[in-house]
Design a binder for this molecule. Structure first.
Ligand code: ADP
Ligand code: ZN
Length: 624
């Protein structure tokens, strides 16, 4: 179709610079936008933080008619609308929580051409009269955000997303852009079919998140490790800590709070008001640590989460990618840290092996998924290579920004060690836990061994080459490799696993990793909030002052701080403080509207002598 005829005389790059204050498009953005402005349909697959929203928001400002955006969650829509309004863009969200008068006002602004973007939930599309309203508004573009919600394969299937097809049936001439961060092929194919987008163009970005540093370590005093991470590397920064059960969430949140961390719990067992309040605080205050089950995260697009920690293994690499992806949406450095141990491995192995009526195919898939996850944990290769490889993407070289790249991990031929351990498990009768088997190998606890007759076994004392921690690492790896099984329902007794025989017979080699020694957690004094960027001390003071000003401004307006400015923008201002409005305008992220609204206030904050209070009194404390 000839979308060109309805195009406003506005050039995308000029819009990007004027409205957003960004100097250039990123990645595939320019191509997507050009395609949409030429009237084409498309599906955009970009990772979280990849810059999907601009792919339809910039065209929305270049086209003559309004853009209709379908989005699954009210919270997501509201964030987008608030952010657009900060940029001086006329945007609104229609949802059932609005008073009727407000709904009518929005409808009028849609019809009189003053509204550029209208966000709606999919159920709105089936309401009587809504499509008539859309017809009268003569839309120029349909954007379908979180398009994986249309797929049954995705994790967030929303049956009412299927109603999106009505839009195309009714308005075949209006171009459609679907967007998602869900990468896997079945979901992608499903979206193309269900939204009838086969004739459109597919924009597939790399799913790498280069700013996230992946770190995985064997569980050893995990709570202390986490505390050290929060105090020493991510003090005062927003973080999410994932746990697998509600009880574990409550416990970890309480422990962190006792240790002086501003931690809040979130899980489906909490009263709805408490959950909503905790989420609100996470979004609106700086530096809250959310301890949560996987019930938390969908629809949270807070850009400045600096750490995502897993204290229990996630369910699969897909979940891991998705959950860790909530870190560093703003592109600044962020950490994904995970601790895993024998307990986690044994628990997941037992879940997958359980005979709970799943079909054979489902069980096979579950086993594959668990093996991929454990393979990621136990690898000696670059984590990112393994992670992206799982999504069929190849890295040109090891990433240099994961634990195994930064501190290479040795692999070794563990065949003999494995044989010793398997023999010890076998000869002690396949019922003792790891602690006892390790004592047998190391020839410890003579008295007890004599009582059991284990001091007379041929395996007694044949494993003094490894210390107990070294042996525990081997046990964990052999469980991961199905050479050993753990009786999780009982007392954790070890028995030979399905793959043990060939190893015992010397027919199969076993490759193991030598877990690096963990550096002891250092001092435990809470530090000051740090920006993710390396800023010199002097700039740090300015950054903090700007952050205090932003928090107060956000409270005054009742919006989350990040819709006013992202950390990256404040850090850029702090790094080279501009002396006047003209210099300020050159900072990325300061478009015309924000410059007019906040320029003077920012310059005033910068002009204050260091150490002076911010522009208001409440600046120093949080608002907890
Ligand atoms: P997604 O929806 O894909 O998760 P967003 O659209 O929220 O990602 O963008 C992620 C971040 O990157 C936002 O802070 C956004 O302002 C920023 N961003 C997007 N495009 C650009 C660009 N061309 N230049 C600078 N920053 C950008
Ligand atoms: Zn790496």
């Amino acid at each position: 179709m000839s979308g060109g005829a309805r195009q406003r005389p506005r050039e995308p790059l000029a819009v990007l610079r004027e409205v957003w204050g960004y100097p250039a498009f990123r990645g595939l953005q320019a191509q997507v936008i050009e395609h949409v402005l030429a009237g084409g349909d498309g599906l955009v697959l970009m990772p979280t933080g990849g810059g999907k929203s601009l792919c339809y928001q910039v065209p929305a400002l270049c086209l003559a008619g309004p853009t209709l955006v379908v989005s699954p969650l009210i919270a997501l829509m509201q964030d987008q609308v608030l952010a657009l309004r900060q940029l001086g863009v006329a945007a609104a969200a229609l949802n059932s929580t609005l008073p009727p008068a407000e709904q009518r006002r929005i409808e009028r602004s849609l019809l009189d051409g003053s509204l550029r973007l209208l966000y709606v939930a999919p159920e709105r599309l089936v309401q009587p009269g809504f499509l008539e309203l859309v017809a009268r508004a003569r839309p120029a573009l349909f954007a379908i955000d979180e398009a994986h919600c249309v797929s049954q394969w995705g994790h967030d299937f929303r049956p009412d997303y299927l109603e999106v097809a009505r839009l195309h049936a009714r308005f075949p001439e209006v171009p459609r852009l679907a967007l998602t961060a869900t990468a896997d092929r079945p979901t992608r194919e499903d979206i193309l079919d269900r939204l009838e987008l086969r004739a459109g163009r597919l924009f597939l970005a790399s799913f790498d998140r280069p700013n996230i540093r992946y770190r995985v370590e064997p569980k050893h005093e995990p709570r202390r490790r986490l505390l050290a991470l929060l105090r020493e590397e991510h003090a005062g920064q927003a973080a999410i800590v994932y746990r697998s059960t509600r009880a574990a969430v409550d416990q970890t949140a309480a422990r962190l709070a006792e240790a002086g961390i501003r931690a809040l719990p979130y899980h489906a067992g909490l009263p709805a008001e408490e959950r909503a309040r905790n989420q609100e605080r996470f979004l609106r205050e700086d530096g809250i640590v959310m301890v949560a089950t996987i019930a938390f995260g969908m629809g949270i697009d807070k850009p400045d989460v600096r750490l995502v920690a897993h204290l229990d293994l996630p369910r699969s690499l897909e979940s891991y990618y998705q959950e860790t992806g909530r870190a560093g949406r703003d592109g600044l450095p962020a950490t994904a840290w995970m601790a895993y141990g024998l307990d986690d491995v044994a628990r997941l192995k037992a879940l997958v092996a359980a005979d709970d009526g799943r079909e054979e195919r489902r069980r096979w898939i579950d086993r594959q998924k668990l093996d991929a996850l454990l393979g990621y944990c136990e690898t000696t290769r670059c984590r990112r290579e393994v992670l992206l490889g799982y999504f069929d993407e190849t890295l040109a070289a090891p990433c240099g920004n994961c634990d195994t790249c930064l501190e290479p991990v040795a692999g070794y031929d563990g065949t003999v060690v494995a044989q010793k351990l398997l023999s010890a498990v076998y000869r002690t009768g396949q019922r003792f836990g790891a602690g006892h088997v390790i004592d047998v190998l190391r020839g410890e606890d003579q008295e007890r061994m004599a009582r059991l007759g284990h001091d007379r076994l041929s395996v007694f004392g044949i494993g003094r080459e490894l210390d107990p921690a070294g042996w525990r690492s081997v046990v964990r790896q052999l469980v991961a490799l199905d050479l050993l099984s753990v009786d999780v329902a009982g007392h954790g007794g070890l028995s030979l696993g399905p793959a043990a025989r060939p190893v015992l017979r010397g027919e199969r080699r076993v490759e193991l990793r030598r877990d690096p020694a963990l550096r002891p957690a250092r001092g435990t004094r809470p530090g000051a909030a740090r920006p993710a960027l390396d800023l010199p001390t002097e700039a740090l003071g300015r950054f903090e002052a700007l952050r205090r000003w932003r928090l107060e401004e956000a409270r005054r307006q009742g919006v989350p701080p990040y819709v006013i400015f992202h950390d990256a923008t404040l850090a850029a201002i702090a790094a080279s403080p501009p002396s006047g409005e003209a210099e300020l305008a050159r900072i990325p992220g300061l478009g015309a509207s924000k410059l007019a609204r906040y320029g003077a206030a920012i310059l005033a904050v910068l002009g204050e002598p260091p150490g002076a209070p911010g522009t208001g009194r409440a600046a120093a404390g949080g608002w907890a």
